[in-house]
Design a protein around this ligand. Sequence first.
Ligand code: ADP
Length: 182
Amino acid sequence: MKKHLLFLGPPGAGKGTQAALISKANNYLHLSTGELLRKEIDLDTELGKKVKDIMNNGELVSDQLVLDIVKKNLEENNKGWILDGYPRNLSQVNSLNEELMLINQQLEIVFYLDIPDEVLINRLLMRGRKDDNEETIKRRLQIYKENTQPLIEYYKKLSLLEYINADGDLKTISADIKQKMA
Ligand code: ADP
């Protein structure tokens, strides 16, 4: 059973939903950088104030900032972990590799949740989070394509990538993931 997982895919692909299910079933840490940042905004912390406008515009917050959050959370954990929404560009991949080396852990599997653009735009509009308006969604998709999509090829070359068709019902998708991580 794989213990160190990563979910890759565009906004709205269902990474958070699937990661939460696995995390609950196996008692793994669910490390969602987006969730952690939103919590800071809700609590109106210094960090939250810094990232609020950036996130509401659909831009990426700084690599250093997310790295600090990831480090803090990974070091406290030992059972297993699921990275959701991190890394999002190649520089974040490099930082993650360094951090994993330091704590002597290895990424074991990368799930790539694939889904057509039309489907995810509709899903996000229905979800209606603060950054789920048409303009911001377009921007997030563009940023995903420019910065995050290259990671698919990167992890494929490392033979870590598992393709998941994320355009279906929740149960079929979880069953597929479960089978592949066994
Ligand atoms: P989604 O992937 O559905 O857009 P997330 O919750 O993963 O939702 O991310 C929401 C926002 O949080 C992003 O648009 C970005 O502003 C910020 N964010 C999350 N993770 C990162 C990251 N690894 N690097 C930079 N910014 C991030």
